[in-house]
Design a protein around this ligand. Structure first.
Ligand code: BGC
Length: 370
């Protein structure tokens, strides 16, 4: 069957190849780490994100053990083709699979079903690290890692994985903040107008915050149209650098950083208001260095009770929460969430999907299950 494959570490090696059918491998493990019942899923579509581009171009990612190639793709949407006895899913059900699988050591978070918080770092991630991804016609997975979706999310279900990342960050930001002080946030800043930034703006609007979105994007771009449609205020990063936004906007209660640029992440920390929280979500696999105004950054963090935390990946609970948020957004702003998927390309045209175009928000590769 068709699959989009790369050799991590070899730039320009992304290709459309043929891999064997996934059936009856006996390799699928359940959340308890034991070989489990295998659900077969036909892939509908898979999103391409910054991490896929980092794997393709910048040496991020790793193939499965004893191999040099990796099937790409983690932002998946599929339909169940066959279900073994004892698994509560039906044929034809729309599903999305989680990305990370527990470490072999079963560290405490992995053992508790929170491999997104794995302590050993020996977790695997489908399509990223040590495990084939979803850019193939079919895959097998344990029902433990499959999240059923209602048919109302058919057109936007491919946004589930980035939505889970955003929703995890926001759930954590709110629960940590409310654990440490009375906290009634009013103003949010989101850095970056890619899919993650837009979803963060949308999920913050659903929480009734005033949302400012700062990005390097053309005011006529699809990203800006989506942001406007949900009532976020748009700031051009060239005229409104994040480093100045703390003063310009007044008190910022929560910042969600999703630009993919570590320098912006440092500015976001500094721009966070007193008693505020800054959630960092950019995966920056490069080696950039930067000089920071360390004394004043530290002083303001201390005197301002500021909280900065990083967040990565998401477990089943966050995917389920993300499905509720996506559903709420689809109901509140009809026709808007669909605009986040700006291009759909067939697997045969995969190269187009890996080449960014100026108006892209989310490019999606379609497979036969569509
Ligand atoms: C994915 C996460 C993953 C992270 C680090 C992100 O692009 O969405 O699922 O944990 O990369 O590999």
């Amino acid at each position: 069957m068709k699959a989009i494959i790369t050799t991590p570490g070899t730039k320009g090696s992304v290709r459309l190849g043929a891999i064997s059918e996934p059936s009856g491998t006996g390799m699928v493990q359940g959340a308890d780490g034991k070989p489990g019942a295998e659900v077969e899923v036909e892939v509908v579509e898979v999103g391409v994100c910054g991490t896929d581009l980092e794997i393709a171009n910048d040496g991020y990612g790793a193939p499965p053990e004893a191999r040099d190639s990796l099937v790409l793709g983690h932002e998946n949407l599929g339909r169940v083709v066959s279900v073994p006895d004892g698994v509560d899913l039906k044929t034809g059900q729309l599903v999305v699979a989680t990305v990370r699988r527990p470490c072999p050591e079963r560290c405490p978070p992995c053992a508790a079903g929170q491999s997104d918080d794995c302590l050993t770092g020996n977790y695997t991630e489908r399509g990223i690290k040590g495990r084939d991804g979803y850019m193939a016609e079919r895959y097998m997975e344990s029902g433990d890692y499959l999240i059923p979706l209602p048919s109302t999310l058919t057109k936007v279900g491919v946004l589930m994985e980035p939505s889970s990342i955003v929703e995890k960050g926001l759930i954590q930001a709110f629960s940590i903040q409310r654990g440490r002080m009375p906290w009634e946030p009013k103003q949010a800043l989101v850095c970056g107008a890619g899919a993650v930034g837009l979803l963060a703006a949308i999920f913050l609007r659903l929480r009734d915050l005033e949302v400012n979105l700062v990005a390097k994007a053309d005011p006529g771009s699809p990203a800006y149209k989506v942001a406007q449609a949900v009532g976020a205020s748009l700031l051009d990063a060239t005229e409104h650098p994040v480093s100045k936004l703390g003063q310009e906007l007044g008190h910022i209660d929560i910042i969600f950083e999703a630009t993919g640029a570590s320098s912006v992440a440092m500015d976001a920390i500094a721009a966070t208001g007193h008693n505020g929280v800054c959630c960092l979500s950019s995966v920056t696999a490069g080696t950039r260095t930067l000089t920071v105004d360390a004394d004043s950054l530290n002083l303001d963090m201390v005197l301002g009770n500021k909280l900065v935390f990083g967040t990565v990946n998401a477990n089943r609970r966050h995917f389920e929460a993300a499905a509720r948020m996506l559903g709420a957004a689809v109901r509140k702003w009809p026709g808007v969430m669909e605009q986040i998927v700006t291009r759909r390309v067939a697997a045969e045209q995969f190269a187009d999907a890996f080449t960014r175009q100026p108006d892209d928000i989310k490019t999606v590769i379609t497979f036969s299950g569509g």
